[in-house]
Design a protein around this ligand. Sequence first.
Ligand code: AMP
Ligand code: MG
Length: 314
Amino acid sequence: MTIRPATADNIADGARVLRAGGLVAFPTETVYGLGGDATQGKAVAGIFAAKGRPSFNPLIVHVADTSWVTGLAVTDARFDILARAFWPGPLTFVLPRQINCPVSELVSAGLDSIALRMPDHPVAQKLLREVERPLAAPSANASGTVSPTLATHVAASLGNKVGLILDGGPCRVGLESTVLDLMQPRATILRPGAITAEQIAALIGSVAVSTEDPAAPKSPGQLASHYAPTLPIRLSATSIKPGEALLGFGRTAQATLNLSESGDLIEAAANLFAMMRALDDPTRFNAIAVAPIPATGIGVAIHDRLTRAAAARS
Ligand code: AMP
Ligand code: MG
């Protein structure tokens, strides 16, 4: 782990690391983010692995400019008004994914939506412009610990799990961004933050405030908002039954698709949502059998997702 001051040279190095699929922690005005190229599934899986989170939650994608949004999400008049007023700044929009959105499905945790934010911090801005790719960046801390507002917090929490930490001093806001869901006719605040419901309502009319975090649903009903496959899922399958698709891992004979032939859990996580979708085809199969996957490291989050998918049906 290296903390380096966020000079032009070090930001350029950070951009190179990110383009190569590595992870870089960088300051935003809210908290330090653990950034990875949102279009590279393995980089995104690396973020989950570094944070050690036992499940996949959707991540916020950072953009340098409003013009980047067009290829990523479907926008509407509410977005135009609010982005003009609050971007760059601590307001995240949840929008429908654009057709052919290049962002990894793992970023959206399999949902049809994408969360976007344009950070207001010169280091984050410069880094994004040099990488020229959207960056997935949750808070740069180990799962279950407080969000970092200093480079030293990142180092203390993630240690050697991140190659480069760009030090831009303390974060100004120190509080996560407001997350606003624009997927429904009524705009809904999913997570309160620095931009308030009143500020938003003043520009687009009334706003609902959700009491439940969609990333960590307490009631099983909320799972419906997560991607639930149509076909039944059979876990830890060691053989294939008639009509089943087989999602393999490692050297799985007869696999219809394989999460990772080499048995690499990071690669498996990167492929998980796209492959589940591809196999979820009732015109071809009657169930999806999934080969045994080790429940270690990021395998814990893979298991969590597969178990939910299996339970959603029964
Ligand atoms: P962070 O750790 O700051 O990246 O926070 C991510 C938060 O953004 C999660 O708690 C989610 O509530 C929210 N979020 C991100 N993407 C989505 C999405 N596609 N749909 C709903 N909420 C999202
Ligand atoms: Mg966090």
